[in-house]
Design a protein around this ligand. Structure first.
Ligand code: C2E
Ligand code: MG
Ligand code: MG
Length: 661
């Protein structure tokens, strides 16, 4: 046998039983055994079964003498299962060590028996510190006992629990984790261990709450938006009982758009931010102030004993909105129109209907003169809705020439001289008849359409001057100018263009009436326009004077020719000593600043007489003439005679500069 190779030593059928992967090993081992008498201990090799499949085997060799020859007795044991189990263990260990999730293993009594590196990275606690501890050490206190009780119930009954938990890191920081705990049980169902897997979701949580904030709050003012309003209103309605009412207040700013147009959106945004903050502060804790968009807001006032209890809050809202806002050098002022409705009502009503009612009442407040609140009145609802003309319809009215101007004379009471006429717009509606400006002007306020209508008015009034002139009547005409038109950057140029189309008209025959309140909204700009117009010969009057609280300084810097005393003071002057005092004050003021003064709303001879005695000789009102179509004016001017009482009165005036003009 000495001359035989190792190959010869092994019968062919035996080599066939060994997997090619192990041939080298086996041959080497056999060679060592034969040549050096070495016999390896236990080795692992791959063998092949009769059916051709292979398996891992543990081989134990033992030298024996067989039939007088040295031989090896090899014992093989199939170790396939053992190897698989080993690999699984190794894999588990790798997963445990490298997982990004924190892993914590406890025994059945919830004592920590192992944690991985990620656990330490997330919690800050090292393995040595936590071994033997209870996971309770991580609690943040944000979940109550019931939370943990439910977790343990689930673990005992279903063998697993998952959810979000707020825990505390070693450094004290609270963090959010997404946690899954499983019970490891033996064949008999006895719990051996608990394995907890968790990931740190603090960043995701923060992002999520940021997204929630964006979805529920207005980015500019940080007030709740309409989505959150719907939520809060539903809640408040659910809580409102018979004895505790809630109010929904729809709030729209008056005169905001001209600020935006004139000073740009950044300035407008600043005004909105300041007002939003102020109005919110005007409310109580528990009330909600939301921004609906643009210059519209909604407040929900809760826990009101009765409707009356809302009154002081509404007053505070109005005051907050009307206080001037300082933006850089500019002092800007707006006001607010509020519509209010209450809940519960006698009829079933939902949140959307409540908002619509409040919106409707807000519109009423606009029509009634702005800077005020109106309470929704179900009885009047339908009639008001009929009056509410749509923007689109108004645009068509302008295209279809449905607007007309009526004229109301202005006179010098004691001489009977007709000194001018005020143009007042009317809508000759094909179905509804002649409509007053209050039914449609508030709808287009703050809308570019107001400028189109305003320019039509100026043009129509100039045409009228020409028509009257041709008929032998030369009458100065005054035209009302909307704040938004006045605050357009190019007002003067546009006025010039319209005047150019009426070359025969002397600009001195045109007077512009601007509300005292709108002149105050942007003093610097308005006073510049007034100066520019004065150079063209066009005069200005401050309309509804006395309602805007002009200070003396303002009056001094606004070079208006005329103050038109608001009719509210005139109406009550005979009964109300306060109004009489105000009248006296305004007339004195006009004299001091060398401005003309005219009283509007002179309804009776007695009013005129009293005004003359105060030194006001110019007047306009139903007591002289109602506004009339222009065709009637020439005849009226020729025939009108002042009341004898006015002419007989010894004239005490002489305080106005043009008293004899
Ligand atoms: P206003 O400029 O103060 O005009 C006076 C208003 O008082 C007119 O109402 C007039 O008809 C009314 N009035 C005159 N005399 C008396 C009186 O003795 N007693 C009473 N109770 N009222 C009297 P009207 O025509 O309804 O106009 C209301 C307001 O609408 C005007 O107030 C003015 O601010 C605005 N307006 C009218 N026409 C125009 C226009 O063409 N453009 C603009 N922007 N506004 C206009
Ligand atoms: Mg007027
Ligand atoms: Mg007026």
């Amino acid at each position: 046998m000495g001359s035989k190779t190792e190959q010869d030593l092994i019968a062919d059928p035996i080599l066939e039983l060994i997997h090619p992967d192990s041939h080298q090993n086996v041959l080497a081992r056999v060679k060592r055994g034969v040549e050096h008498g070495e016999v390896a201990g236990r080795v692992e090799e791959r063998y092949v079964r009769i059916d051709g499949t292979s398996f891992d085997a543990e081989v134990q060799g033992k030298p024996i003498v067989l039939a007088g020859q040295a031989a090896v007795l090899a014992t093989l044991r199939d170790i396939t299962e053992r190897k698989a189990a080993q690999e699984k263990l190794q894999l588990s260990a790798r997963v445990f060590g490298h997982a990004r999730e924190g892993i914590m293993v406890t025994d059945a009594q919830a004592t920590i028996i192992d944690v991985n590196d990620a656990f330490t990275r997330i919690t800050g606690y090292s393995r040595e510190v936590v071994l033997g501890q209870n996971p309770r050490m991580l609690q943040s206190g944000r979940q109550n006992k019931a939370f943990y009780a439910a977790m343990w119930d689930a673990l005992k009954e279903q063998g697993q629990w998952s959810g979000e938990v707020w825990n505390r890191r070693k450094n004290g920081e609270v963090f959010a984790e997404l946690l899954a705990v499983s019970a490891v049980r033996d064949a008999q169902g006895q719990t051996l261990q608990y394995v907890a897997l968790f990931s740190d979701i603090t960043a995701i949580k923060a992002h999520q709450s940021q997204l929630e904030h964006i979805a529920h709050f207005d980015a500019l003012t940080n007030l709740p938006n309409r989505v959150l309003l719907a939520d809060r209103l539903q809640q408040a309605m659910a809580h409102a009982q018979r004895r505790q009412q809630l109010a929904v207040v729809y709030l729209d700013l008056d005169g905001f758009k001209p600020i935006n147009d004139r000073h740009g959106h950044q300035t407008g945004d600043q005004v909105l931010i300041t007002l939003a903050q102020r109005m919110k502060e005007a409310l109580r804790e528990g009330d909600t102030m939301c921004r609906m968009g643009g210059d519209e807001f909604v407040a929900v006032l809760i826990d009101l004993q009765d409707t009356q209890a809302s009154v002081p809050l509404l007053g505070r809202l109005l005051a907050a909105a009307a206080e001037p806002v300082q933006v850089g050098e500019l002092s800007l002022q707006v006001s607010a129109s509020l519509g209010v409705t209450f809940y519960p009502q006698t009829q079933d009503i939902d949140a959307d209907q409540l908002l619509r009612q409040a919106d409707q009442a807000m519109y009423q407040a606009k029509v009634a003169g702005k800077n005020r609140y109106c309470v929704f009145d179900a009885a009047h609802d339908s009639s008001i809705r009929d009056h509410h003309e749509s923007l689109e319809r108004i645009r068509r009215a302008l295209e279809n020439h449905e607007f007309v101007l009526h004229y109301q004379p202005k006179v010098k009471m004691h001489t009977g001289q007709v000194v001018g006429a005020e143009a007042l717009i009317r809508w000759q509606h094909p179905e509804k008849g002649l409509l007053a400006p209050a039914t449609f002007l508030p709808v287009i306020e703050d809308h570019p359409l107001a400028v189109d209508v305003g320019e039509w008015v100026i043009d129509a009034a100039l045409t009228q001057i020409e028509v009257w002139h041709a008929a032998g009547l030369d009458l100065p005409v005054s035209v009302n100018i909307d704040a938004c038109q006045l605050q357009q950057g190019n007002f003067v140029a546009r006025l010039q263009a319209i005047l150019a189309r009426h070359a025969q008209v002397n600009p001195a025959g045109l007077e512009l009436e601007v509300l005292e309140t709108s002149a105050l909204a942007d003093m610097a700009q308005v006073s510049q326009v007034i100066e520019d117009c004065a150079r063209m010969g066009v005069r200005f009057a401050l309309d509804d004077f006395g309602t805007g609280y002009s200070s003396l300084t303002y009056l001094k810097s606004l070079r208006v020719a005329m103050l038109k005393i608001d009719q509210s003071f005139v109406r009550d002057m005979l009964d109300d000593p306060d109004d009489l005092a105000i009248l006296r004050g305004i007339i004195g003021l006009a004299a001091a600043f060398k401005r003309e003064v005219i009283a509007e709303g002179v309804e009776t001879v007695a009013h005129g007489t009293a005004l003359l005695q105060l030194g006001c000789e110019l007047a306009q009102g139903y007591g002289i003439a109602r506004p009339m179509p222009p065709e009637q004016m020439p005849a009226w001017v020729t025939s009108w005679q002042p009341d004898a009482a006015w002419c007989e009165l010894p004239w005490l005036g002489g305080v106005t500069p043009d008293a004899d003009g």
